[in-house]
Design a protein around this ligand. Structure first.
Ligand SMILES: *Cc1c(COP(=O)(O)O)cnc(C)c1O
Length: 370
């Protein structure tokens, strides 16, 4: 095999492009030895809030911590229910459980793979406190419908964003609910060089509560108003994220261009291509196609050195860790079918035309219309 592997994401290509800025940021933090909180974290928070068009951003240690802290800060706790999607990474529900609340799943929309607002509304009980939609694959959930439901039922609306910079009618993700939880896991559209996360909000009191909770409930160096967490954003990660943020719009534009090209290259196959509602501008965290022959296709791509992926192969209600919820196969048929048929194609801003054409050629060979 003389062809090189095409990865699902290529973090090295991104580092190579931004090397001077990132190396300088790392060197600066080490030279200043301001490793915990301090000016680097503050500067990134201000820049990220401005970029998300929100008043506040609070840096935290991961996306999972962002969700857990937000739910705690909103007063969600034991006996409360939070409605979310079963078609996501386990951390979404795990953070609800970590906040001592119960995740309640509702099925997804078959076209967008995002939480179905009607299903979410049907899952509301007197114990429901919040809706936690995920902006899956870089595409915002139906926030207008979900905001209407949240308002009518007096629920908090928290975004879990896999969609840094995505828009609905020109409004950016991050300010579409009471708070938005971001992960800066390395492979996300804005990725740290380790773990990191943030919560954005326009609510000053909520931001203050989050700042306290992430840092041991501290009100001054050795006074702790309440029990919190060691969930601060590392200053090194904040400096790296601040160095990368100015390049994020261009990176998202490159993802949009590559996705449009995939749409063209795969138009004559029997693959189901991504559906984007008219008012939505996604940022293509992943480019996901759908086919009943998914496992066969995935194996063939891998044999040709093309690293496609599955996001996500097992819905959360069928995870062994959530057996206790007592939800068997058939509980959420749309999510269960998606888990068996979705396939994420290689996509990263630095992907070359040659790489993309090789992926498309392999797919066309296996998926030509009869
Ligand atoms: C990435 C991601 C998480 C986890 O974030 P971490 O930073 O790894 O804790 C949770 N939920 C969703 C939807 C994600 O995309």
């Amino acid at each position: 095999m003389d062809q090189s592997t095409i990865p699902l994401v290529d973090l090295k290509a991104q580092y190579t492009a931004l090397r001077a800025d990132i190396d300088a940021a790392i060197a600066r933090v080490i030279a200043n030895t301001s490793f915990i909180m301090g000016p680097e974290v503050r500067a990134f928070e201000e820049a990220f809030a401005a970029w998300c068009q929100t008043r506040y951003a609070v840096g935290v240690s991961s996306g999972t911590a962002a969700i857990e802290l937000t739910l705690r800060a909103l007063g969600v706790g034991p006996g409360d229910e939070v409605i979310t999607t079963p078609h996501t990474f386990i951390a979404t529900a795990e953070a609800i459980s970590a906040a001592s609340a119960t995740p309640v799943f509702a099925d997804i929309d078959p076209a967008t793979y995002n939480l179905d607002p009607a299903a979410a509304e049907a899952a509301i009980t007197p114990r429901t406190r919040a809706l936690l939609p995920v902006h899956l694959y870089g595409q915002p959930a139906d926030m207008d419908a979900l905001a209407d439901i949240a308002q009518r039922h007096g629920l908090a609306l928290v975004e879990a964003a896999q969609a840094h910079g995505a828009q609905i009618n020109g409004r950016r993700v991050g300010g579409l609910g009471h708070a938005a939880c971001f992960s800066f896991y390395p492979g996300k559209n804005l990725g740290a060089y380790g773990d990191g996360g943030a919560v954005t909000t326009d609510d000053e009191a909520l931001a203050g509560r989050l700042r306290k909770l992430r840092d041991h409930g501290r009100s001054s160096k050795y006074v702790h108003d309440e029990l919190g967490y060691g969930h601060r954003l590392d200053a090194l990660q904040a400096a790296i994220l601040a160095a990368k943020l100015p390049h994020l719009d261009a990176a998202n534009a490159a993802r949009r261009r590559l996705s449009a090209r995939y749409n063209e290259l795969l138009a004559d196959t029997d693959l189901i291509l991504p559906f984007v509602p008219e008012d939505v501008t996604p940022v293509w965290h992943l480019y996901v196609v759908r086919t009943p022959r998914r496992d066969e296709l995935l194996a063939s791509l891998r044999k040709q050195g093309i690293e496609a992926g599955i996001h996500y192969p097992l819905p959360l209600h069928l995870q062994p860790a959530y057996r206790g919820l007592g939800l068997g196969p058939g509980s959420f048929p749309v999510a269960e079918a998606a888990a068996q048929q979705v396939l994420s194609l290689p996509l990263f801003p630095e992907m070359t035309d040659e790489q993309q054409e090789r992926v498309a050629a392999a797919l066309r060979y296996h998926s030509r219309r009869a």
